[in-house]
Design a protein around this ligand. Structure first.
Ligand code: NI
Length: 139
């Protein structure tokens, strides 16, 4: 009987919404203040939900220390206290914008590659504040 386990993390990052191939007017029309240079920051909340069988000996779906280390290494160390457009190649100028939607996809891709075989990534929820969150959800 599989059980889902949700673990919450925090990171603070800055980002900028701006397409270099668009005019100033187009950038501000589409992105508003989010196009202001050099960018702005958010205190993000990240919820990673994994699913698996409960280990009868420990009562755990996932060994928390291992999950925390994985998310720390693969995600938080890359994002926390960084300007996302500068440090993540996928979010460089002219490529994808570091929206919460794209961050959820980026994080899910990294975790899907590295999670131990006994765990399934169920969802990655990225909230940039209390009012806006994007979620990658396994089909
Ligand atoms: Ni923003």
């Amino acid at each position: 009987m599989p059980v889902r386990l949700a673990r919450r993390f925090r990171f603070s990052s800055s980002h900028l919404y701006r397409r270099p191939e668009w005019s100033e007017e187009e950038n501000f029309r589409r992105f508003g203040k989010c196009a202001n240079l050099p960018g702005h920051g958010h205190n993000y909340r990240l919820t990673v939900t994994v699913g698996g069988e409960v280990d009868p000996a420990t009562g755990f779906v996932a060994e928390l220390q291992g999950l925390d280390e994985l998310v720390g290494r693969e995600v938080l160390d890359r994002l926390d206290h960084h300007h996302l457009n500068d440090v993540i190649p996928e979010f460089a100028a002219g490529r994808q914008l570091p929206t919460s939607e794209n961050l959820a996809l980026w994080i899910a891709d990294r975790l899907n590659r590295k999670l131990p075989a006994e765990l399934r990534l169920i969802s990655v929820l990225v909230a940039e504040d209390e009012d806006l969150a994007a979620e990658w959800l396994r089909d």
